[in-house]
Structure formats: C-alpha cells, structure tokens
Design a protein around this ligand. Structure first.
Ligand code: ZN
Length: 187
C-alpha cells in the first residue's frame, strides 16, 4: 500500500482492529519515508452484477439512492434510509456469495422497505418485480391487507387478553368485597 502523502511504495502496519462488527478491519499504517500515518479499511469484496454483466462493488449509498426515489413525499428520514441500506447489506452478505445479481439486491430491499413504508414499497416493488398491470398492484395490495389484518388480529388478541386479566381482577375484587360483605360460604 503506497503512502497517500509522498507516494512511497511501502508502508508499515502499526495497528489493526476489527470494525463494523467484524465485517471490516481497520489498519493504521505508517510511511517509513515521510513517517506520516494513515488508515486503511479492509472488507470482503461484494460485487454486484448489473444486467449488462458489468460488476461493480456493492454500495449502501446506491441502495439508499434507489429507495430514496421511491420514498419521495413519504415520511421517511435519511436515518431510515441508512438503516435500511445497512439491513440490506447484512442480508446480502449473509448469503455468502462474493458476487450477486443486481436484482437480488432489489429483492433484499423489499422486506425492510415494506416495514418502513407501504406506499414506497409498492412503488419500488412495481419496478423490481416488474408489475405490468393494475392486477399486479391489486394482488400486492391484497397481500399487504391480509398481512396488516393478521397483525391487527395479534394486537386485538393481546388487547382481549389484557381486558380479560383486568376483568378477572375486577371480579375477584367484587368477589372479595362480596365475601367480606355477606360472608358467602361457597368459596
Ligand atoms: Zn510517505
């Protein structure tokens, strides 16, 4: 690794540490010629194959840029986009292939984006999954509804459980009040 200051051909590693949860190694280097120090970051390469066949390095910035377009006018922050891009990178790295087709990156975006914003998800999915007709949109919206309703079921069953518990409390209070008031023998 040549020195970025004096372009000497050699540099010496003075410190190495893992970064980004082990996904990268940072090395502190020193130039033996000018003695200046600089840092390099080493990550496993993850190449994305575009439809044209051209390989390019995976880029969280590109993921965020693609999603940002679909999020225009939606309540999605830059932090949301950065977090989503990180989630996508983790997912595609977990697959373990050093190269993957661009459309698989698109597919990995769909799940987290659906959780983030359903409208942006539909816009994005219409491109990546090649929606060709109104029926494609309708089918996807129907799926989203089913999922939302099953989530609502979970929430309402949790509410029922809470209200049952509180009812149980009420009735036991009533029962104890009744017991102490009338000393019913049937308990
Ligand atoms: Zn130097």
């Amino acid at each position: 690794m040549h020195c970025p200051y004096c372009h000497n051909d050699d540099s010496r590693v003075v410190d190495s540490r893992t970064a980004e949860d082990g996904a990268a190694i940072r090395r502190r280097r020193q130039c033996p010629e000018c003695s200046r120090r600089f840092t390099t970051t080493e990550t496993a390469t993850l190449q994305v194959q575009k439809r044209s066949g051209v390989l390019e390095p995976f880029s969280r910035a590109k993921v965020a840029a693609g999603v940002r377009k679909a999020c225009q006018g939606r309540p999605v922050s830059e932090d949301d986009l950065a977090l989503l891009a990180q989630t996508v990178e983790d997912a595609v790295r977990a697959v373990g292939n050093p190269e993957l087709p661009a459309h698989e990156v698109g597919m990995a975006i769909l799940g987290p984006l659906r959780k983030l914003d359903e409208v942006a998800y539909l816009r994005f999915a219409s491109v990546y999954r090649g929606f060709e007709s109104l029926e494609d949109f309708e089918a996807e919206v129907a799926l989203l509804r089913i999922e939302r309703e099953s989530n609502a079921d979970l929430i309402s069953s949790a509410e029922v459980e809470i209200s049952i518990t509180s009812t149980a409390h009420d009735s036991s209070d009533h029962a104890s009040q009744a017991r102490s008031a009338s000393r019913q023998p049937n308990n």
